[in-house]
Design a protein around this ligand. Structure first.
Ligand SMILES: NC(=O)c1ccc[n+]([C@@H]2O[C@H](COP(=O)([O-])OP(=O)(O)OC[C@H]3O[C@@H](n4cnc5c(N)ncnc54)[C@H](O)[C@@H]3O)[C@@H](O)[C@H]2O)c1
Length: 254
């Protein structure tokens, strides 16, 4: 039996990616891993610290994913600097912890805008660039909250549920153009995402992660590996999948 060439290598080298939320955590680790594998990356974040990543293989873009123009600017930058676009990683995300009765409309809208609308806007512009070439991969950074919930995360869970359904619905529109759309169901990962909520956000996540079946939280680099796999040709048969990378949290009863 012959082996498909696409399955003997990840074929990432030479490709061009946009990674949102690239200044920190999982986004930053994804940029590092993709560059290590020969990908040239537009690294987008609303935090100006992203500019420090500038280099021959990284074009930083300080932009807010909720602005309609940001997605167009990111695709334009990918084309101008690196000659095209093969991969989009919708990673930028925020969370608030509030009961619904205490939540303002601004709270709700801000979480939905970043986690769901930002992904829609970037997917739309990426699709417009990828359709003519008949290939591409979009990877959405989802969460255990694509499926599960607990009190105080209603806005976040709603946004990740929306992202899961965007992943599935868009995957069916995209695959006829040779574009694969998938997501990662990220579990507790030691990053700065809770810094506005807890004095020691990374410490809280490390502690919380110790209650998962694997007994620890993930490092951002472990999530980046899953993102890179889904972006690569080795994931050639994955369409509309939400790959849980949560240390067993979603399969444990009780
Ligand atoms: N860390 C976890 O335990 C965990 C668990 C499940 C899912 N996730 C998901 O992983 C993704 C990455 O989060 P992280 O944990 O690395 O957090 P992080 O806070 O370390 O990184 C998120 C990055 O997104 C950027 N960002 C936020 N809003 C933005 C906007 N409007 N425009 C542009 N950039 C913006 C931030 O500046 C930051 O650099 C998020 O989608 C998050 O929901 C994380």
């Amino acid at each position: 039996m012959s082996t498909s060439p696409a399955l003997t290598s990840d074929n990432l080298s030479g490709k061009v990616a946009i990674v949102t939320g690239a200044a920190s955590g999982i986004g930053r680790a994804t940029v590092d891993l993709l560059v290590e594998r020969g990908v040239r990356v537009v690294a987008e974040d609303r935090n100006k610290a992203v500019e420090e990543l500038a280099g021959p293989a990284i074009a930083p873009l300080t932009a807010d994913v909720t602005d309609e123009d940001s997605a167009r600017r990111a695709v334009e930058l990918a084309r101008e600097r690196f000659g095209g676009l093969d991969i989009l990683v919708n990673n930028a995300g925020i969370i608030i912890n509030k009961n619904v009765v205490d939540m303002t409309l601004d709270d709700w809208n801000s979480v939905l805008a970043v986690n769901a609308t930002g992904a829609f806007l970037h997917s739309r512009e990426a699709m417009r660039a990828m359709i003519p070439q008949g290939s591409g991969a979009i990877v959405n950074v989802g969460s255990y909250a694509c499926f599960q919930a607990f009190p105080t995360i209603a806005a976040y869970a709603a946004s990740k549920g929306a992202l899961a359904q965007l992943t599935r619905a868009l995957s069916l529109e995209a695959i006829e153009h040779g574009i694969r759309v998938n997501a990662v169901g990220v579990g507790d990962t030691v990053t700065n995402i809770l810094d506005d909520i807890h004095d020691d956000g990374p410490g809280f996540l490390a502690e919380h992660g110790s209650a998962t079946p694997i007994g620890r939280a993930a490092q951002p680099s472990e999530m980046a590996q899953v993102v890179a796999f889904l972006a690569s040709d080795q994931a050639s048969y994955l369409v509309g999948s939400i790959v849980m990378a949560d240390g067993g949290m979603s399969v444990a009863a009780g």
